[in-house]
Design a protein around this ligand. Structure first.
Ligand SMILES: *Cc1c(COP(=O)(O)O)cnc(C)c1O
Length: 331
């Protein structure tokens, strides 16, 4: 299944008063190193610290009156949970975010502080999802999933409109990729407005679910491995409806970056451009600096979020290249 470009235009009208139009600016040092103009779409400056506010807001504002009265529910502990909590509170709608007992207190409190009701259930993300399904069937709440959902994809797609408006001569864009809601939406907008543009998805070597699924020709499961790009973790869903086919049909290539390349890109963003990025947001810079993508003309790199534990950020800025998979094995 796919969505129509018109849904992205409608999404922009619906969400424009509720989300920031984030700045896009030249990356001076990166442009100088690569010899072509590179711009940074600074979506990590978005309210709640990531682009996920766009899709969540579009989903909440697309609800019927009766659905709004019953509220929304999701199982995300990360950027989608924050975004949905904020979007629901802003619209005067109830949000319940379900989490397992293993989720650290600071993550629970961050989402609670945004106005959501927290439901702690079981010992895994799967248990939390069972509670989402129960609240949907028994309390009539509307589940808002993090990526495989038409209104969410359309909301993320509004970024593609802004990127091209601010840099019409762009020939290549680099977009972080996990479940593919961001890339599917942005790619639909770009492909519609500028058919010849080169669209590249970037993800981490540790657990690249979309890449493995594209190679297999259908959604597959991959083992989850701790990574600096924690917001890119998780599968694409074996029953994937939208993002697998949209990414397959609209995107030119998917590039993988290593943990060391991500850490190096986070340092480049900080010391050269003055930007604090979480690992997931640094993969585009990583792909360029590692020489995994060669640019023939002006490019835009989408910076997707900034929600990182600042103790971890400080370690990386001090020159460390943390191997989180190895650290987890030693715990
Ligand atoms: C969710 C997220 C992504 C990946 O988005 P998908 O739609 O799952 O591909 C990238 N960066 C950040 C910061 C995110 O929170």
């Amino acid at each position: 299944m796919t969505i129509d470009f018109a849904e992205i235009l409608l999404a922009r009208q619906r969400i424009s008063a509720s989300v920031l139009r984030t700045p896009q600016r030249e990356a001076r040092a990166l442009s100088a190193r690569l010899g072509v103009p590179v711009q940074l779409k600074c979506e990590h400056h978005q309210t709640t610290g990531s682009f996920k506010l766009r899709g969540a807001t579009n989903a909440v504002l697309s609800l019927t009156r009766a659905q709004r009265d019953a509220g929304v529910v999701a199982a995300s502990t990360g950027n989608h949970g924050r975004a949905l909590a904020h979007a629901a509170a802003a619209a005067g709608t109830k949000a319940v975010i379900c989490m397992s007992r293993l989720v650290p207190d600071n993550k629970v409190q961050a989402i609670e502080a945004l106005g959501a009701e927290i439901r702690i259930v079981g010992n895994s993300q799967d248990d939390a999802q069972v509670e989402v399904d129960r609240l949907a069937s028994e309390a009539g709440m509307t589940p808002v999933p993090p990526f495989d959902h038409a209104a969410v994809i359309a909301g993320q797609g509004t970024l593609g409109l802004e990127m091209l408006e601010d840099a019409p001569h762009t020939t290549t864009v680099l977009v972080p990729l996990s479940g593919g809601g961001l890339l599917a939406g942005v790619a639909l907008a770009l492909r519609t407005l500028k058919p010849a543009i080169r669209i590249i998805g970037v993800t981490m070597e540790n657990g690249a679910a979309m890449q493995a699924s594209l190679a297999a020709g259908a959604p597959v499961m991959v083992e989850e491995v701790p990574t600096l790009a924690d917001s890119l973790g998780g599968g694409i869903g074996l029953a994937n409806q939208y993002t697998f086919s949209m990414v397959r049909d609209l995107v030119d290539e998917v590039v993988l970056v290593s943990e060391v390349e991500i850490a190096q890109a986070m340092r480049a963003a900080y010391f050269e451009e003055g930007e604090v990025l979480e690992g997931a947001a640094a993969v585009g810079i990583a792909a360029l600096d590692a020489g995994k993508v060669t640019l023939a003309g002006p490019a835009v790199v989408l910076l997707s979020g900034k929600n990182i534990d600042m103790k971890l950020h400080r370690r990386i800025m001090a020159g460390e290249n943390p191997d989180l998979a190895a650290e987890a094995r030693h715990d």
